[in-house]
Design a protein around this ligand. Structure first.
Ligand code: ADP
Ligand code: MG
Length: 409
């Protein structure tokens, strides 16, 4: 499942109203009957609606479902993508869609552009998509899962991520700038940097290590634990060290700056699994975050800190003595309620969402030369994802033969 924006400009406003009708109907109906689609789209019935339905089905934004009682349609991930993209374009958040830069287990990351030419990142949450490895154990669960639930859960993940990114950004944390959220998607600023995972040499591992530990402690001081703090979710920006700035002009290219004058600035991303410091498993999540960094620095940079910890007890003490603003509480107040948090957490546990951490644990053995195997694993996950598309086996898209296979992925 990939965002395929090709057809978006050919859809009429009627097509979008019908698509929104199927979306609205999906909230209460696993299969949305055609008359209900007409009604919800607010268009007067007749051939227009039917033409739109068949257009939408042809490009797989909705899929025909033959139910025991009646025929109807369900919204596909593609359909939900188009509704969100249409909203972002209408609100002038996104002007054009560029390349996909990442395929995670539960998200797609795409570079988009604003009309000014500024590049941004669109993150599409796909909580229904399950990794190849976990799909077997979760098959029964997936079969009984409704269209409504993957749509809702993916939207919750996007809401949660946006709310946390906003709160963190406003409180001075080094995270991307959150720009907009619609349905299961968010738009944020593009960080021109590579994940730590792809950085082979760090001039001063001790410095970066301390900065990361400070970040974990600072999060805790604001009532938060990231929960997936690892080399994939830390983007490392290179900047001229402020102390060395006078040696260079503003035009100097980074390539021409001496290694010793470059400062690495970590930017934290990926927030759907954040938890409050009051969470019942807070200590486990905190220790896991700390140990991820420790293990990675040891393995990759052969760096072992001579300072033990930090421990959860230390973080908690810090938090009680000198608390920052309670961002866990602030996020709740912003509309991402405790109930939503619980629903999302339960779903993520049930379908085996474990962030990037699970991925890493698995290829631990393979060690340094992992980049290539990673690529292969991603392919595997992509094909797994197709069987993960909700209810696919009960569904036949109209004119399936007409559709280019690549546009369905
Ligand atoms: P997932 O939940 O699938 O792990 P992430 O939010 O961690 O998704 O993003 C996956 C990858 O996409 C990151 O490792 C990074 O390479 C890239 N990425 C995500 N957000 C940004 C951003 N704002 N700027 C640049 N690259 C990003
Ligand atoms: Mg990630």
């Amino acid at each position: 499942m990939k965002l395929d924006p090709k057809a978006i400009r050919y859809l009429t406003s009627e097509d979008f109203r019908v698509l929104a009708g199927v979306e609205a109907g999906s909230r209460n109906h696993e299969v949305v009957p055609t008359p209900l689609i007409s009604q919800l789209s607010g268009l007067r019935g007749g051939s227009g609606v039917h033409r739109s339905i068949s257009n939408l089905a042809k490009i797989n934004l909705i899929a025909k479902v033959k139910n025991a009682k009646y025929d109807g349609y369900r919204l596909t991930y593609g359909g939900l993508d188009y509704l969100a993209m249409n909203a972002h374009q209408k609100q002038k958040v996104v002007y054009s869609v560029g390349n996909q830069v990442g395929v995670g287990k539960e998200s797609d990351i795409i570079v988009v552009a604003h009309s000014s030419g500024e590049q941004r990142i669109l993150k599409i949450h796909r909580l229904g998509r399950i990794s190849f490895r976990t799909v077997k154990t979760n098959r029964d669960y997936l079969r009984h899962r409704s269209t409504g639930s993957w749509m809702y859960m993916s939207r919750l993940a996007a809401m949660k991520e946006f709310a946390f990114m906003k709160a963190l950004r406003e409180n001075g944390f080094s995270v991307p700038e959150p720009i907009a959220q619609n349905r299961h998607t968010i738009v944020m600023s593009l960080i021109d940097a590579f994940p730590l995972r792809q950085i082979s040499k760090v001039p001063n591992p001790q410095g970066l290590y301390s900065e990361l530990m400070d970040m974990i402690l600072e999060l805790a001081r604001f009532g938060l634990i990231h929960g997936d703090f690892n080399e994939f979710n830390l983007l490392i920006k290179e900047e001229v060290d402020p102390e060395a700035r006078e040696k260079y002009t503003p035009q100097t290219k980074l390539d021409d700056v001496a290694d010793a004058d470059i400062r690495l600035v970590p930017v934290l991303i990926d927030f759907p699994q954040m938890v409050s410091i009051d969470h019942m498993n807070a200590e486990m999540y905190f220790d896991r975050d700390v140990n991820c960094v420790k293990r990675y620095f040891q393995r990759k940079f052969h760096f072992v800190s001579d300072v033990p910890g930090p421990t959860f007890a230390q973080a908690k003490k810090n938090f009680l003595k000198n608390p920052g603003k309670r961002l866990d509480v602030e996020v709740e107040a912003s509309g991402f309620s405790k109930k939503m948090a619980r629903e999302l957490e339960k779903y993520m546990q049930e379908v085996g969402v474990d962030g990037d951490a699970g991925e890493r644990e698995d290829d631990e053995e393979g060690d340094e030369e992992e980049e290539e195997t990673d690529g292969e694993e991603e392919d595997e996950e992509e094909s797994g994802s197709e069987s993960g598309e909700p209810s696919e086996d009960h569904v036949s898209g109209q004119n399936d033969q007409d559709v280019d296979e690549s546009s369905r992925r």
